[in-house]
Design a binder for this molecule. Structure first.
Ligand SMILES: [Zn+2]
Length: 270
């Protein structure tokens, strides 16, 4: 195990020995296993906007290879961390976090895990916003349910994500992005407004607080699409029970709000 040396910006660099999957030539990739989003503003920019950041160029055949490695991103001002862990069998320890962070206690941090680079970047964007990231995940799940089957086929789930609504990169102005499967770089952008976030907050936050009061504080948890799916199934079952009619209506109101506020359409029926 290497000793961790934190550079001037607070990010940490490593060299990985790689074998090119195309020509099997060997090489070294200089990369990062920790990015300090508070002090290393240049690296924060690159994580959010430089698509070439985690690509290795083979010195023998010039192939571009996407490298999936562990990398911890932290923000000491906003008190969050997102750990990119591409393979959940990889071991990670709280000691690693403490070394990177330079402190023994991270119980005050919101800790998240992301399995892909895309999910990692999306989660950092969500965590920088002033709203609970779980609200974004619930909206993301709900909005996708409103697509018709042929639309779902054209706009696959794997390419569906949150991003900035426009080039001003405002942390509270995010949008749902639906990318077309067969048209490279083509997609649809639907901004999510404050009203949508507030309604989601009012309908679901009391339940979230009851189910998981810690909400990933000091413990790394994954709050993504599959979490939202699981949570909504629980909500729908609970809303069917006797005495839950009012809550059931509230969930229906939430779905209609997504239709109106995001897709600008009135939903009919149930
Ligand atoms: Zn090669």
């Amino acid at each position: 195990m290497d000793t961790i040396i934190i550079g001037s910006g607070g990010s940490h660099e490593i060299d990985l020995s790689l074998t090119c999957p195309a020509c099997h030539g060997k090489g070294v990739f200089h990369t990062w296993d920790c990015i300090n989003g508070t002090d290393d503003l240049a690296m924060r920019q690159r994580v959010l906007h430089d698509q070439s950041l985690f690509f290795y160029t083979c010195p023998h055949c010039q192939s571009a290879v996407h490298v999936e490695e562990k990398c911890l991103y932290f923000d000491k001002k906003k008190h969050f961390m997102v750990w990119h862990i591409p393979d959940l069998k990889m071991t990670v320890t709280s000691g690693e976090v403490e070394d990177f962070l330079g402190q023994n206690d991270f119980s005050g941090y919101d800790c998240r895990v992301a399995l892909t680079w895309g999910e990692w970047r999306e989660k950092i964007i969500e965590m920088e916003s002033s709203f609970d990231d779980r609200l974004y995940e619930l909206i993301k799940y709900g909005a996708y349910q409103l697509l018709k089957p042929d639309q779902k086929e054209k706009l696959p789930l794997e390419m569906y994500h949150f991003d900035y609504a426009d080039d001003s990169y405002q942390p509270d102005q995010l949008a749902l992005v639906f990318m077309e499967a067969d048209q490279k770089g083509n997609g649809y952008v639907y901004p999510v407004n404050t009203k949508m976030l507030e309604v989601t907050h009012d309908v679901f936050l009391p339940v979230l607080q009851k189910l998981s009061p810690q909400a990933g504080k000091g413990v790394f948890e994954r709050y993504g699409y599959s979490w939202a799916e699981h949570f909504m199934k629980y909500i729908i079952e609970a809303a069917k029970k006797p005495g839950m009619e009012t809550y059931s209506q509230l969930v229906g109101f939430w779905i209609r709000t997504i239709g109106r506020e995001i897709f600008q359409t009135e939903l009919k029926g149930q």
